[in-house]
Every structure is written in C-alpha cells, then in structure tokens.
Design a protein around this ligand. Structure first.
Ligand SMILES: NC(=O)C1=CN([C@@H]2O[C@H](COP(=O)(O)OP(=O)(O)OC[C@H]3O[C@@H](n4cnc5c(N)ncnc54)[C@H](O)[C@@H]3O)[C@@H](O)[C@H]2O)C=CC1
Ligand SMILES: CC(=O)C(=O)O
Ligand SMILES: [Mg+2]
Length: 372
C-alpha cells in the first residue's frame, strides 16, 4: 500500500504521524511511504532520517494526498485539506467528528474511509490510541494552569504548593479518567490540594487507593461541582463520553463564583468542551482568554507542545494498527479486529459511529452492514 504522511498544519502542531522506526517497519513489510518534506522536524526527525530508511520525501502536501492510498495524520484535517479527500482514501488520524460538522460532511461527500484514533476501543472499554495523548495532556494541563496562576501571566498570583504557613492552591479535576489521572499526578507532585469529581464511583475508589489519601474524591453532580469549584484556583476539564460531544458540566454560574485570576484548563475541548463559558478552542499561539475574571485555556492539541515525547508515545500505539490496515486492507483489518472496527466513523458516505450520527441527528449505519 502507498502510505502518505503530510506535515501537520494546525498552529504549532509539531507532532508527526510516523517516526523513522515506523517507516522502517512499513517498508520492511513491503509498503511504500511518502513523507512531506519537513513533516518530522518539529519532533526532531529530519527528511534525511526518513529517506535513508527508504521513504520518498515529497515537497508538496497535495502530491502526498494525491498519491497515497492511506494518509496517516495526527490532528483532524483543516478546511484547506478537505479538497484532498477522495473516494476510497483511508484516513487514519484523530477526528473528533462530534465537534466537526463541516469535516464530517466533507468526509461523507468524498467517500473517504475515515478511521478515528480516538474511538478505537478495546473490549475493556479503554481507548488505546487516545490514552498516551491523554496522559500527556493531563500533566500539561496542570503545568500550564500553574503558570497562568502567576500574577505576571494575569493570574491571581498563587504558588501552587504554597509555602510553610500559607496554603497550597486548590485544583479541581472534573473527570477522573486518563487525562484526570495525569492532572492529579502532576498536581499532587507539585504539592496542590486536589479534588477529583467523576460519576464512576469505581474509578473514584481506584483513584482514592492509588493516590493514598492525597486527594479528595467527589461524586460528580451539579451541586457538588458548584461547591468544589467555588474554592478552586485551577479547574481541569477532563470528562469524556466516547465519540460524543462533551456535556457542559462547568456552568457559567460556577465560573462567575470563582475568584478573579483563577484558571480553567478545558482539555475536553476537542470534543466540544465541558465548560459553558468556552465556545471554541484556542491555539498554542493564542492560548487563553478571560471571562468573568477567570483565565480560560482551551487548546485542542496540547500534546503538540511537547512533540518529541508525544510523537513517540502516539506512534508506539498507532503503528501496529496502521500496519494491519496496510497489510490486509481496511475491510479485512476491521473484520479481524473489533477494537479497530470501533475506529470507523465515516465509511463510503455513511456515518458508522453512533455517537457521531447522534451529534448531528443524522442516519447511523451499522458497520457490519458495510463489512458483510
Ligand atoms: N486538548 C487536548 O489536547 C487533548 C484532549 N483530550 C481529550 O480529553 C478528554 C478526556 O480524555 P480521557 O481522560 O482519555 O477520557 P477517559 O474516558 O479516560 O476519562 C473520562 C472520564 O470522564 C468521566 N465522566 C463522564 N461523565 C462525567 C460526568 N458527568 N462528571 C464527571 N466525570 C464524568 C468518565 O467516567 C471517565 O472517568 C477527551 O475528550 C479527550 O479527547 C485528550 C488528549 C489531548
Ligand atoms: C487527542 C488529541 O486530540 C490530541 O492529542 O491532540
Ligand atoms: Mg478540533
């Protein structure tokens, strides 16, 4: 199969979908790999490092898209890329379609085979291609949040761990999954007071045990969130209902009650966000805005800022799936692997992921009907 890797074009997105190790693996398996010139530079990989393993370096993104049978990317395509979609092209990347009506439409109209990293799901319900980036983003959410608490950044001027005689900052994490756990790790590592809210009491039980009394766990409902957020210096939004638009759990009323100079980092923004006062994502170039005196950070590609770590962590998990798609073709690969089949979002003009169809009130077609 001919596999193409374009350079990411989202602002300051430095990740790349394939490392030299990935090129080596795919070429050894008999595939052809096209890399857009400069695609790996942000993650520390030169054109030369790909070329010496047999990849072809292509100057022009449009040629990569045109020649490839499968495109591997990191972030969802941006509007300037929609024109490259074509019938039967396999697109394997993050898509977050429930928050992307125009992209969904473009994928449907073009007949692209759109497989989303974030909905690939194992039998134990875990999301193997989202997990490593969530691990990064959770840690980064607290790292960035603590910086914006500094007065010189517009924050209230609070040191996250306090000092003897002065209390630490209060970090409230909404959603105790992978992002939430990364945020908790970093927050307690920095010495903050930490509260985590979730509706999954087994998860709260697990977190309580793992962090051994160093966090407070809270059942997530409107009343409890209101009380916790009143005293929060930093709120991290980390909920997910796989494939769906995120519920707006942190309401405008809750935000109004926060002290001026407090910070909200909504990691869930890629699925539309869980904070009512955030309408759209921000970018690494312009990461924050202030509303009701509270700093809001809503970057949808947080891991792009630590691209060396993130690219390695992402490609470690995506490559085995990409390899199986390349070896068997998408249809057989999906038939053979129910986890990968969950990644099918739009196939041949039809929405095959229920939460995406529901988000737009559109028809859902079961994947089995297409595969068999
Ligand atoms: N902005 C960025 O750069 C990045 C964003 N993400 C996003 O972060 C979000 C979270 O991802 P993960 O932690 O991997 O998901 P996860 O599935 O591991 O965790 C989500 C948690 O939310 C909980 N939850 C569901 N409804 C809730 C409610 N009403 N109240 C409180 N908790 C609730 C679930 O029980 C679960 O524990 C996703 O939207 C993901 O795409 C992930 C990586 C990077
Ligand atoms: C998960 C995601 O959207 C990201 O890593 O950018
Ligand atoms: Mg997006």
């Amino acid at each position: 199969m001919i596999i193409g890797v374009p350079k990411e074009i989202k602002p300051q997105e430095n990740r790349v979908a394939l490392t030299p190790a990935g090129v080596d693996g795919l070429i050894r398996a008999g595939h052809e790999v096209l890399i857009e010139s400069g695609a790996g530079l942000g993650s520390g990989f030169t054109d030369e490092s790909y070329k010496e393993l047999g990849a072809k370096i292509i100057e022009d993104a449009s040629k990569v898209w045109e020649k490839a049978e499968m495109i591997l990317k990191v972030k969802e395509p941006l509007p300037s890329e929609y024109g490259y979609f074509k019938k039967d092209l396999i697109l394997f990347t993050y898509l977050h379609l429930a928050n992307e009506p125009e992209l969904t439409k473009a994928l449907m109209e073009s007949g692209t085979i759109a497989l989303a990293y974030e909905t690939v799901q194992l039998a134990n319900r875990s999301l193997p291609l989202l997990t490593p980036m969530s691990e990064v983003a959770g840690r980064m959410a607290v790292q960035q949040g603590s910086i914006y608490l500094e007065k010189t950044r517009g924050g209230k001027g609070k040191l996250i761990d306090g000092v003897p005689g002065v209390p630490p900052a209060h970090v409230v994490v909404v959603g105790g999954g992978i992002v939430g756990t990364g945020a908790i790790r970093r927050a307690i590592g920095l010495g903050a007071r930490v509260t985590v809210a979730d509706i999954d009491t087994d998860r709260l039980r697990y977190l309580g045990e793992v962090f051994m009394g160093r966090i407070e766990t809270l059942y997530s409902n409107n009343y409890n969130l209101t009380e916790a957020i009143k005293t929060a210096d930093l709120v991290v939004g980390a909920v997910l209902i796989p494939g769906s638009k995120a519920p707006k759990l942190v309401t405008e009323e809750m935000v109004k009650q926060m002290e001026p100079g407090s910070v909200i980092v909504d990691v869930a923004i890629d699925q539309g966000g869980c904070v009512e006062t955030i309408e759209k994502p921000t970018t690494h170039q312009d990461p924050i805005f202030v509303k009701h005196g509270v700093i809001h950070y809503a970057v949808a590609n947080i891991p792009g800022a630590v691209a060396q770590t993130s690219t390695l962590a992402l490609t470690n998990v995506t490559l085995p799936y990409a390899m199986r798609i390349a070896n068997k073709g998408w249809k057989q690969a999906l038939k053979d692997d129910p986890a990968l089949a969950k990644g099918a979002n739009v196939i041949d003009g039809k929405i095959t992921y229920k939460a995406v169809a529901d988000a737009f009130d559109m028809e859902y077609v079961e994947l089995d009907k297409i595969l068999n």
